[in-house]
Design a protein around this ligand. Structure first.
Ligand code: ADP
Ligand code: ADP
Length: 224
């Protein structure tokens, strides 16, 4: 499994060059995209997730030409946006069944299996009957991961997921990512150096829409 970005650029109508000739090769495992606010991280994450078009460039996941096969990409994508708000008074379990329906999982046994799996991996099984609206920030973020796991994604994108979490919740959340990052590509966008240091097998630093460096997380983080 490999994601390849070639010369990806995006300038917003106001003239802000959010992505400036991005070249990246991302393999299975945990990939950290580290950069300060305004670096272009969300723009890049939304572009890979097919929610936004670049002005130029090519994006391939294996043989899927992402810009030409949005639906094909979405079938293997799990995306947790930066502001994933869940205000539902439904229980987590009910809501996951609802998401499974939206994702087109037709078989009842498959649905049951995937909902149970998603709750288990994210450590929410014990609180599956509670209203998601009453969840803590960390539980909501883990619920965000649970919902994206339902279609068994191969490419998982999480945009600034640990912002605002307290240390204990942050650790619980990173452990969930570690669990799902073994066979899939997981891209973690963050401005928190420690997220990358603790978790990622590969990384890049983005600043002003440009990739500043590609190195191993241990080397990079020592230099920061
Ligand atoms: P981030 O925390 O990723 O930097 P922002 O606060 O920059 O997010 O952006 C929040 C939302 O506002 C996004 O949907 C983004 O596309 C939009 N946005 C950000 N900057 C501008 C801008 N200068 N003009 C218009 N929309 C913007
Ligand atoms: P990050 O996620 O690293 O904070 P963003 O991708 O949100 O970065 O933003 C990169 C730059 O593009 C910022 O300067 C931001 O203000 C600008 N920007 C983001 N979205 C928009 C938008 N919809 N319109 C105009 N400018 C935007």
């Amino acid at each position: 499994m490999e994601l390849n970005l070639t010369q990806v650029s995006k300038t917003y109508p106001n003239g802000v060059k959010a992505l400036d000739n991005i070249n990246l090769n991302i393999k299975a495992g945990m990939f950290g995209l580290l950069g300060p606010n305004g670096a272009g991280k969300s723009t890049l994450m939304r572009t890979i997730a097919t929610l936004q078009e670049p002005d130029a460039g090519k994006l391939f996941l294996e043989d899927i030409n992402i810009l030409k096969n949005k639906m094909k990409l979405r079938q293997v994508l799990g995306y947790l946006p930066q502001q994933f708000g869940v205000y539902s008074k439904m229980s987590a379990e009910k809501l996951l069944y609802y998401f499974a329906d939206l994702k087109g999982i037709a078989s009842a046994s498959e649905k049951k299996k995937m909902v149970a799996y998603a709750l288990e991996v994210t450590n929410l099984t014990e609180v599956k009957h509670k209203h998601v609206a009453g969840y803590s920030g960390g539980m909501k973020q883990r619920f965000g991961i649970a919902q994206l796991l339902l279609n068994n994604p191969k490419l998982i994108i999480v945009d600034e997921p640990t912002a605002g979490l307290d240390p204990a919740e942050r650790h619980r959340f990173l452990n969930v990512l570690r669990e799902i990052g073994t066979n899939n590509i997981v891209i973690l966008s963050t401005h928190i150096v420690d997220d990358v240091k603790e978790l990622c097998t590969d990384m890049a630093i983005l600043n002003g829409g440009k990739i500043l460096s590609k190195m191993s997380p241990t080397t990079a983080v020592q230099n920061l």
